[in-house]
Design a protein around this ligand. Structure first.
Ligand SMILES: NC(=O)c1ccc[n+]([C@@H]2O[C@H](COP(=O)([O-])OP(=O)(O)OC[C@H]3O[C@@H](n4cnc5c(N)ncnc54)[C@H](OP(=O)(O)O)[C@@H]3O)[C@@H](O)[C@H]2O)c1
Length: 291
């Protein structure tokens, strides 16, 4: 082999992008090329010419319109970035023969299964954001020669989601510090996932060069948002009251799947185990200096 593999990260200063760049830089067979929104806009195909010049072996596309409620108001915006953007990236990836990694979401599922979704389950999105991401998956599958669709969920990482202005863990801590009342839904279940764990796993995954296709990549286990909030304060040993509420009490524009936990079945087959969400959360809190 000898030559290092060039990996272009689109959305490099995003929440996931930041940890991808950091982890792929650490002693590895990869050379990382960080690309921010100003370097390339996935919705404007001309700007993707930079990829033809750089000729990466792998493109990791984390660019997304991630505002779930706003996507109901501006569906064209969600589709422009999450679907058409994925189409544009897939076309360029094929042209330069690069492996195309599209980061997707648990929100492609409708939440009615009642147990964690595996890669074999059929998506059925119930909101605009989820459908725009599913459209992005289909473009990725049908327009790329070599692709991985990597579904993550409920991300938190030190950069915070740029599109959301932070992450859930930091929001909870801010609220507690401000002495605000904390009310969190206890009827919505998901797999909370640390972006650093996704980055580390994706690095090992790409080194293994598994079969192309769809993969789930979340921390092990699941919980309700209420349990997740409680876990944050338990680990911190802060005496903070968290009030459970029902999702119907929040007047939000987008419907959310009630149970969108994922199981990494195909990663398990590759012996790529991800640690339980509580362990990852503890590490995050320690790394952020909260603990
Ligand atoms: N956050 C979650 O809980 C979650 C859950 C499931 C799946 N995901 C998926 O995970 C991925 C990463 O999410 P994240 O939390 O890291 O979000 P994020 O922090 O908002 O990162 C998105 C990145 O994409 C860039 N971007 C946005 N529009 C772009 C465009 N048109 N062209 C090029 N770059 C663009 C953003 O840059 P600017 O801010 O400068 O525009 C930002 O750097 C997304 O694909 C998302 O759908 C996230």
């Amino acid at each position: 082999m000898g030559r290092s593999m060039k990996v272009a990260v689109i959305g490099a200063n995003g929440q996931l992008g930041t940890d991808l760049v950091e982890v792929f830089k650490e002693d590895s067979p990869f050379e990382v090329i960080p690309l921010n929104h100003k370097d390339l806009d996935v919705t404007i195909s001309d700007t993707l010419g930079i990829l033809k010049e750089l000729k990466p072996d792998v493109i990791i596309n984390t660019a997304a319109y991630v505002r779930v409620d706003d996507s109901e108001l501006y569906p064209e915006k969600a589709f422009q970035v999450n679907a058409i953007g994925a189409l544009n990236v897939a076309r360029v990836a094929s042209e330069i023969d690069a492996v195309n990694v599209y980061i997707s979401t648990d929100y492609v599922f409708d939440g009615t299964k009642g147990e964690p979704y595996t890669e074999e389950d059929t998506p059925n999105p119930i909101n605009v954001y989820g459908l725009s991401k599913y459209a992005g998956e289909i473009f990725t599958r049908n327009y790329s020669k070599k692709y991985y669709i990597v579904r993550v969920a409920s991300l938190y990482g030190k950069a915070g989601a740029r599109g959301k202005g932070g992450n859930f863990v930091d929001f909870m801590i801010q609220k507690a510090r401000n002495g605000e009342e904390i009310r969190v839904v206890d009827d919505t279940f998901m797999s909370p996932t640390y972006t650093k764990d996704v980055a580390r796993t994706l690095k090992k995954f790409l080194e293994l060069k598994p079969e192309f296709g769809v993969y789930h990549m979340v921390n092990e286990g699941f919980c309700s948002w209420y349990e997740f909030a409680k876990a944050i304060f338990k680990i911190l040993e802060w005496n903070v009251e968290v009030k459970p509420i029902k999702s119907s009490e929040l007047k939000r524009l987008a419907k959310r799947p009630g149970f969108s936990a994922l199981r990494n079945r195909k990663l398990e087959e590759l012996n790529l185990k991800m640690r339980p969400w509580r362990e990852a959360l503890k590490d995050y809190l320690r790394e952020r200096g909260y603990l």
